[in-house]
Design a protein around this ligand. Structure first.
Ligand code: HEC
Ligand code: HEC
Length: 382
């Protein structure tokens, strides 16, 4: 339909202009004119980039379903994601705390929002799931929620929360709609292409969802190894060093019970990993006020984890070495500590200092360099 519209206009205008003897220049393609205006502000092509994801076969064979993305909607979502006008003080966009070169985390302990305010938690990398769309969502029973405490169940819910959070963008959603309307110079064309029914809250949040859900990350050396071995993580990969293979074996045995041997959708959505004996931030417990949820946090996806330091909900661990040290000898015996992090009823996985370097080497194989330079996810503003 979208592609038919200019054509219909053309015929209509042609018919009109042939019976009137007007000397006025006629607009023959309003889509193109709106694009020309938008392209004064955006580095963007008239034909939307292709957001189709093609997963490696090992993932498809294991039930991961590629998200279906509408290219025009994702393109609009990309602009919204990078638009600082959508925060109260026009200083902050989604991308301020989700940087492409850091796999959409921000490298800070906690993030900087509007007016010098800070978030209480560490930003979460977005390209870190195989595909947010196939890993997350509440439409099914097994859906993994968003945020460290699992409180949002779709990017729509999550985005509404990020816009309105006073230490992030500090907006109410009506004001977001107003700001989009103020910037018709580029939004007019983007909405004509993506949502002919125009600018409103539903369409704005849906477009961001299309964009965020399309961020798949599956071009790491780990993926290549998994593909070559038909998803068998238990054999040595030829594209890995001995060290990395050693780390992979430890990961599969000790860590995959929660973080998944596909390093994809977590096996256990939420857990207490014994980071503290007493938590300042109770995680899921602050939402539910149940004792059993104190210190329970989302089990994060580990894709691109080498790029998303510092680590944990509070960014308290600076490096991957620190994280592995935690699992070697730092696990606290919290009442809610997961049984998967105990050996003979005691905290610990039976790891030794010698396991550290191989585990860290393995975690670095999860980096997908292509995500960091993919034009589809880059800043479109001039
Ligand atoms: C001021 C910094 C900041 C801004 C601005 C921001 N975020 Fe975030 N984002 C965070 C932090 C911090 C978290 C983790 C918060 C938590 O768990 O409570 C997060 C979490 C998320 C998550 C959850 C990921 C997961 O795996 O659970 C998504 C998705 C997300 N942000 C997308 C967005 C989008 C889209 C926008 C713009 C509408 C946005 N963020 C704006 C800092 C920010
Ligand atoms: C019981 C489930 C469980 C097991 C087993 C487990 N983890 Fe975790 N992991 C978690 C949870 C929960 C968090 C987040 C905790 C928090 O933020 O307070 C986490 C956080 C992490 C992080 C930080 C990621 C980030 O983005 O901040 C890394 C890295 C990590 N784990 C690696 C490992 C490794 C390596 C092993 C094996 C030695 C392992 N995990 C075993 C549950 C688990």
């Amino acid at each position: 339909m979208k592609f038919m519209m200019p054509f219909v206009f053309l015929i209509a205008l042609f018919t009109l202009s042939s019976c009137e003897k007007s000397t006025e220049p006629v607009t023959i393609n309003p889509f193109h004119d709106a694009f020309v205006e938008a392209s004064k502000h955006l580095n963007i092509e008239e034909k939307a980039l292709d957001y189709t994801a093609t997963f490696p076969s090992y993932l498809k064979e294991n039930g991961f379903i590629e998200p279906k993305t509408d290219n025009e909607k994702a393109t609009l979502g990309r602009v919204l994601f990078y638009d600082k006008n959508l925060s109260r003080t026009k200083e902050v966009s989604c991308a301020s705390c989700h940087l492409q070169e850091k796999a959409f985390a921000d490298g800070k302990k906690v993030s900087d929002g509007v007016s010098g305010r800070q978030t209480t938690r560490n930003s979460i990398g977005l390209g870190s799931a195989v595909s947010i769309g196939s890993s997350y969502g509440s439409s099914n029973f097994f859906g993994i929620g968003f945020f460290w405490d699992d409180r949002a169940h779709s990017v729509v819910e999550q985005s509404r929360a990020s816009f309105s959070n006073s230490s992030e963008m500090d907006m109410d959603i009506d004001l977001v709609v107003e700001r989009v309307k103020e910037n018709q110079a580029y939004y007019k064309w983007l909405f004509m292409e993506a949502y002919p029914d125009g600018i409103n809250e539903t369409n704005i949040l849906d477009a961001i969802q299309q964009f965020v859900n399309s961020m798949g990350s599956f071009h790491s050396r780990f993926d290549a190894g998994m593909n070559a071995n038909k998803a068998n993580a238990n054999v040595n990969f030829v594209n890995f060093s001995d060290f990395e293979n050693q780390g992979k074996a430890i990961f599969v045995e000790k860590c995959a019970s929660c973080h998944s041997k596909f390093a994809a959708r977590s096996q256990v959505p939420m857990a207490n990993n014994g980071l503290y004996l007493y938590y300042e931030d109770n995680g899921k417990g602050s939402l539910t006020h149940k004792t059993k949820d104190i210190g329970v946090f989302k089990v994060p996806a580990l894709r691109n984890v080498a790029l998303t330091a510092p680590y944990m909900h509070d960014g308290s661990l600076a490096t991957l070495e620190d994280v592995v040290d935690h699992y070697i000898n730092g696990i606290k015996n919290h009442d809610n500590l997961s049984g998967l992090l105990k050996t003979d009823g005691q905290p610990g996985l039976g790891l030794t200092a010698a396991d550290k370097a191989p585990l860290v080497a393995f975690l670095k194989t999860l980096t997908d360099e292509t995500l960091l330079v993919d034009e589809r996810y880059s800043d479109p503003f001039k």
